[in-house]
Design a protein around this ligand. Structure first.
Ligand SMILES: NC(=O)c1ccc[n+]([C@@H]2O[C@H](COP(=O)([O-])OP(=O)(O)OC[C@H]3O[C@@H](n4cnc5c(N)ncnc54)[C@H](O)[C@@H]3O)[C@@H](O)[C@H]2O)c1
Ligand SMILES: N[C@@H](CCC=O)C(=O)O
Length: 515
């Protein structure tokens, strides 16, 4: 009997043994930095001349790993392997597939701090953020395995006398999983195992900034018993390998997490039917956000300020859920703003390998340049209250930055920056605050800090986001507790870590028999 699902607890680093264990994890990872990693196609390890070089964003000279790079020919080889494997993998018992996920979760749990330490090195995550990423990866495996056990026999439907009707789910086919660098373990693993446990085979194209953690996860799944060909690891250029596989007539579905622009491109391309294609491709797209915290006039203002700072600057604001806009009622605006500035000035920015660091670097030079450009725009559009400075001499460090008095229609208030920048605007009343909160093209997360029950209920109805939080920040959804995904240009309205997520990877079949 499987134990009921519970989310993986976060590590308490004030406990000395936990701190030591994490430091050991960092040593383990340090010892394997700079290695070469192959593609994995049909179980075969393939090394290519051309490599993706994964570097530590906190220390540009440190190479985390050199990873083989797939091209169109290798993507085709991987497609053929996945297509062949689908014929028998799709017929395997759901219980067996679930057991592989349970086993993989146990392996990762045993190597938890090593995986988190790898996230520190490869993504620049501070300890706490890395620990949460690894915990979420474990959660996805534990949760989706259980969900599959619930769905494996389908759902009862009515039958009439002399007739038996059955309704059950079958897999789709070959899925292309395209993952982002910002949750390089959790989202990469979650989207991969959701596709696998439902009986599909997978071509995994991880983000080019974080391919090593994905390779390590492929090894875990192999150790857990996943047979060759079921999961194929093919890092490569989004434009080359991504487009080729999105267009491929044997691709049955695409599970994409990333930016709005790439998501739209994939959605459009996937809609075109190519010669030999037997189906309309399904696209699961989790895209960007421009997320708002609304502060009511009747509110715990200290809670508001703490929630804003944690949601805006956790992992340097590089979360689709990050708070990048604050809409405060004019009665409390100055008080909240001043407290946020005060708290922001206390944050420690620096090397994420040090436990005391709150905020590490941003992911790479192009992210650094883009965020610094937005900071310049912010200086035109609002009043710089704190931060605004960057230093890319050793790694890609940007100070947490707060702008005040920004117009709700300004670029800073409308465009996803994906960095440690938050902008404040003033609302005259709660209705006005909700109107501003809803005025972007996204609809991912949002939060309301209020003690007014009527206003909370109004927000429940009218604040149009996929994940709405009351009296807390707008980041940190937990698998199985806060199913995650947004509306409008934030994606295809799917909910990762939710009870209906696996259904997106299957098709329902009805069989009716007369006696
Ligand atoms: N909604 C969510 O759940 C969620 C979660 C995490 C990140 N995100 C979003 O992801 C973005 C940050 O991640 P990113 O910078 O890795 O995004 P990105 O769109 O640049 O890249 C995501 C993935 O798409 C690949 N890709 C690029 N071009 C492609 C193409 N033409 N065809 C196929 N694949 C292609 C990339 O190589 C990468 O693996 C932000 O916008 C963030 O909001 C959303
Ligand atoms: N699920 C994460 C965000 C994922 C996107 O970056 C959160 O809830 O903060």
């Amino acid at each position: 009997m499987v134990q009921p699902y519970k989310h993986e607890p976060f590590t308490d680093f004030t406990v000395e043994t936990n701190k030591k264990a994490f430091e050991e994890g960092l040593k383990t990872v340090q010892a394997y930095l700079g290695q070469d990693y192959p593609l994995v196609i049909g179980g075969e390890r393939i090394m290519t001349e051309d490599k993706i070089v994964s570097i530590n964003p906190a220390n540009k000279t440190e190479v985390v790993g050199r990873v083989a790079k797939a091209n169109k020919d290798l993507a085709e080889k991987a497609m053929q392997a996945a297509d062949a494997a689908f014929k028998w993998w799709s017929k395997t018992k759901p219980e067996m597939r679930a057991d592989i996920l349970f086993r993989a979760a146990a392996i990762v749990r045993r190597r938890k701090h090593e995986f988190s330490a790898l996230l520190v090195k490869e993504a620049g995550k501070p300890w706490k953020e890395a620990d949460a990423d690894t915990a979420e990866a474990i959660d996805f495996m534990e949760y989706y395995a259980r969900q599959m056990l619930k769905l494996k026999d389908g759902i009862p439907v009515e039958s009439r006398p002399g007739e038996t009707n059955r309704f059950f789910y079958i897999p789709l086919g070959v899925g292309v999983v395209i993952s982002p660098w910002n949750f390089p373990f959790a989202i990469m693993a979650g989207t991969t195992v959701a596709a696998l446990v439902t009986g599909n085979t997978v071509l995994l194209k991880p983000a080019s900034a974080t391919p090593v953690v994905a390779y390590k996860f492929v090894e875990v799944l192999e150790e857990a018993g996943l047979p060759a060909g079921v999961l194929n690891y093919i890092p490569g250029s989004g434009a080359e390998v991504g487009d080729y596989l999105v267009d491929h007539p044997r691709t049955r579905f695409i599970s994409f997490t990333g930016s709005r622009d790439v998501g739209i491109r994939i959605y459009e391309r996937a809609a075109k039917v190519h010669p030999g294609q037997l189906w309309l491709k399904r696209v699961i797209a989790e895209m960007g956000g421009k997320d708002t915290i609304v502060v009511d006039k009747e509110a715990d203002l200290e809670l508001a300020a703490q929630s804003i700072v944690a949601s805006a600057f956790g992992f340097s604001g590089q979360k689709c859920s990050a708070c990048s806009r604050v809409v405060a009622l004019e009665d409390v605006y100055d008080q909240v703003l001043n407290r946020v500035v005060e708290l922001t000035k206390q944050l420690k920015v620096g090397n994420p390998e040090e436990q005391s660091t709150f905020m590490g670097p941003v992911i790479d030079q192009s992210a650094y340049n883009k965020i610094m450009e937005y900071i310049e725009i912010g200086k035109q559009e609002g009043k710089l209250m704190t931060g605004g400075e960057g230093d890319d001499s050793k790694g890609f460090f940007i100070q947490p930055t707060v702008f005040a008095d920004v117009d709700p229609k300004a670029r800073l208030m409308q465009e996803e920056i994906f960095g440690p920048v938050v902008a404040f605007t003033k609302a005259k009343d709660f209705d006005h605050a909700l109107e501003i909160a809803n005025n972007t093209e996204y609809g991912l997360t949002g939060a309301v800090i209020s003690k007014n029950r009527f206003n909370l209920e109004k927000a429940r109805e009218e604040f149009h986001v996929g994940n709405l939080y009351f009296n807390r920040g707008c980041t940190g959804a937990i698998v199985g507790y806060h199913p995650f995904g947004g509306f409008n240009m934030s994606g295809t309205d799917s909910k990762a870590g939710g009870p209906d997520y696996l259904l997106l990877h299957m098709q329902a079949k009805t069989v009716s028999e007369m006696f």
